[in-house]
Design a protein around this ligand. Structure first.
Ligand code: ADP
Ligand code: MG
Length: 673
């Protein structure tokens, strides 16, 4: 940043705070809005709201003291407005009757004359005509007002633009009728026309989306070309044989997804499939089917889950599904005893074990496979890119099935996960009643607990989830303190237990075991119960301080109940005065995880496009939710180019590599395996 004019160390530090570290970041910091200051408004036409006025000062009044106020009556050909400046001590004595002023600010009406609370003003010279312009407004902080950002960008705009390469193939630029890149940047930061500014922004966002889509397409093409995976053969009648051994009737969605997974596994291009299915949709069966095929074809499988509770649950659920097919299962957990671990590792290394189930412990170097052909990753978003990679690197090119219960909106599926094939289980096993959800104010918390008591009396169990473990350091409800209150005051006659992330695995397992066996009525917990925990007899989920969570996470928590036959409930408790409680009502209205995730994404302004959260990047200019149609056009264009020229070797595509290098999201997409 040091080469830029008007950017000393102090400004550079302030810019860094809003994520602007390089000159390219500065250019990409596009205006949040524009103020149209071209045409002053006739005073007689002023309405409440933002306005600009040019008029002559009739009289000036000044109030000194702690809250100085300057008032000037301004007149144009149509009327008079009272202009007010609050707290601008330096203005004292600066304005005089007869001055011609430009003022911009917010108009209020109510008194005899309209008033304008002045934000910006300028005294016009004798005979000067107001030469207005469109003023860009930048996302600002108290330290770094929009005015300063504007001036830094304006001073350096030519140089910043000169550093940009217009890499989009001319044929695309023509097809979409885009302005040239340099012109687009100029229109965005110094527009002379609002429509042109909007088209210019579209061009810039297109380039960005195109870079990401191109990276995804290139990566996918490389994977296809590299091959190297074992092409497994699906024995005839495998589906019937498999379905016959399953203790329930697979849903249509399960069958469709399993057949897709099996088809992937017959190819030499390693499968890279993401399976999405709401909690309880039956993803475990799909994992089992993939593992059975791998075993039949003579290769081993590994299944990794983010917590010991989940890994253990998988092992327990998979064992009966896999037993009829002779799949032997070994578990690898952090808390395992040394001798037990050694035995497991030996059987995995020798190939005696067909499936290794575990946590991160699977990633350690001491875990080696005789012939690993399939990797299944549950709740894949809970693992870092490198962790997923480490597991896959225990074999040359294993097929990979990633599973998630966090629905990924189609927008992200097409961007962040664009290099994966996505399957969706969109059908719940039969007989599940929809969970009823209510947002409840904290002042009525006692009613929530009465409700819990009623359900417990009916033989059901309940979760009470709190956002923190300890209460002392935060103003959030702590699971430990809440459990204590429940035990001593609210439910002294019920069996209350507590589960949180700082407990050692053995304790956690003991608590979960008691809850599963129905020996606990109310389980107070942190979000460790979020993922995959399956206790069908639990029918009430209470979430305290619900305003602290994203909608998708609440939806996850809600999925802990509704797994049995009883009508289940989710009660979201939020402070009476929390402003953002409004959004929680979305959960009362829908159980469609995709709709919820999409809404969440919209609320979060789609900051984490293309996995850059992990790459430590500042996000994108375009909003993947709001500009999705544009993304899809960029993707089509990128796919078409890569289909004909996968490594971008043709002369007219060489410049595209610049796009891949310059875009952080694209880089992240390409470096992650
Ligand atoms: P998730 O997708 O959340 O991992 P699970 O695989 O754990 O879901 O399945 C949730 C529950 O539903 C399990 O108890 C499982 O045995 C049961 N289940 C799965 N598929 C079916 C089906 N087709 N019919 C009936 N029950 C099923
Ligand atoms: Mg699961």
């Amino acid at each position: 940043m040091s080469g830029l004019s008007g950017v000393g160390p102090e400004t550079a530090a302030k810019l860094a705070e809003i994520g602007i570290v390089t000159p390219a970041d500065l250019l990409a910091y596009i205006p949040r809005a524009y103020r149209d200051w071209r045409e002053p408004m006739p005073i007689a036409t002023l309405r409440e709201g933002e306005a600009i006025v040019v008029g002559d000062v009739l009289r000036v009044k000044e109030r000194q003291g702690r809250f100085p106020l300057v008032t000037a009556a301004l007149q144009d050909a149509t009327g008079v407005v009272e202009a007010k400046w609050f707290g601008r001590r330096y203005l004292s004595g600066r304005l005089a009757p007869g001055d011609r002023l430009f003022v911009a600010g917010r108009v209020t009406r109510g008194g005899l004359l309209p008033e304008i609370n002045v934000g910006t003003h300028r005294v016009l010279r004798d005979g000067e005509r107001w030469q207005g312009e469109i003023v860009p407004v930048y996302g600002a902080t108290k330290e770094l007002p929009s005015r300063v950002i504007r001036s830094v960008i304006a001073k350096n705009l030519d140089r910043l633009i000169a550093a940009q390469v217009d890499a989009l193939p001319p044929s695309l630029v023509r097809r979409f009728g885009f302005p040239p890149l340099a012109q687009a940047w100029r229109e965005v930061h110094a527009p002379h026309d609002l429509d042109a500014a909007a088209r210019a922004k579209e061009r810039i966002v297109f380039d960005e989306f195109f870079s990401i889509a191109l990276a995804a397409a290139v990566k996918r093409a490389r994977r296809e070309a590299a091959g190297g995976a074992r092409a497994l053969t699906v024995p005839g009648g495998l589906w019937d044989a498999f379905a016959a051994e399953v203790p329930f009737v697979p849903t249509g969605a399960q069958r469709r997804v399993i057949e897709g997974v099996w088809r992937d596994m017959t190819r030499t291009a390693p499968m890279n499939r993401l399976l999405q299915g709401d909690v309880g949709s039956g993803k475990t069966l799909v994992a089992a089917a993939a593992i059975v095929l791998a075993h039949k074809a003579g290769v081993q499988s590994a299944l990794m889950a983010p917590t010991e509770i989940l890994a253990a649950q998988h092992a327990a659920k998979l064992a009966p599904l896999l037993l009829p097919f002779g799949v032997t299962v070994e578990a690898v957990f952090g808390s395992q005893g040394a001798r037990e671990r050694r035995g497991a590792l030996e059987r995995i290394a020798s190939g005696a074990a067909a499936l290794a189930v575990g946590t991160h412990a699977l990633l350690t170097e001491s875990v080696t496979f005789a012939d690993l052909g399939l990797v299944v990753i549950d709740e894949q978003h809970r693992f870092g890119v490198n962790q997923r990679k480490t597991l896959r690197e225990k074999s040359a090119a294993p097929h990979t099935l990633a599973m998630t219960a966090t629905p990924i909106p189609r927008t992200l599926a097409q961007t962040k996960y664009a290099d994966m094939d996505v399957s969706i289980i969109d059908e719940l096993p039969p007989g599940r009643a929809a969970i009823r959800t209510f947002v409840i104010r904290e002042s009525r918390k006692h009613e929530v607990y009465e409700f819990v008591r009623k359900n417990v009396a009916l033989g059901q169990q309940a979760y009470v989830v709190a956002p923190a473990i300890d209460e002392a350091e935060t103003d959030l409800t702590g699971a430990l303190a809440e459990a204590e209150r429940l035990r001593t005051k609210v439910f002294p006659d019920l069996r209350v237990d507590v589960l949180h992330g700082k407990m050692v695995p053995r304790e956690k397992d003991a608590v979960m075991g008691r809850f599963k066996r129905g020996e606990t009525d109310v389980l107070t917990a942190t979000t460790v119960v979020e993922v995959g925990v399956d206790v069908p007899n639990a029918s009430v989920m209470v979430v305290l301080d619900a305003q602290r969570y994203g909608l998708a996470q609440l939806h996850q928590l809600r999925g802990r109940v509704g797994r049995g036959v009883a009508q289940s409930f989710c009660l979201l408790v939020a402070p009476d005065d929390a402003g953002e409680v409004e959004r929680l009502h979305v959960l009362e209205e829908t159980t469609d995880g995709f709709a919820i995730a999409e809404q969440d994404l919209r609320l979060r302004k789609a900051g984490e496009l293309a996995g850059t959260a992990q790459a430590g990047d500042a996000g994108t200019i375009g909003s993947i939710v709001d500009d999705f149609a544009l993304y899809m056009r960029a993707k089509e264009a990128a796919d078409a180019i890569v289909a004909g020229d996968p490594e971008l070797r043709e002369p007219e595509h060489r410049s595209l590599r610049v796009l891949l290098d310059d875009n952080a999201s694209a880089r992240a997409m390409l470096v992650t395996a």
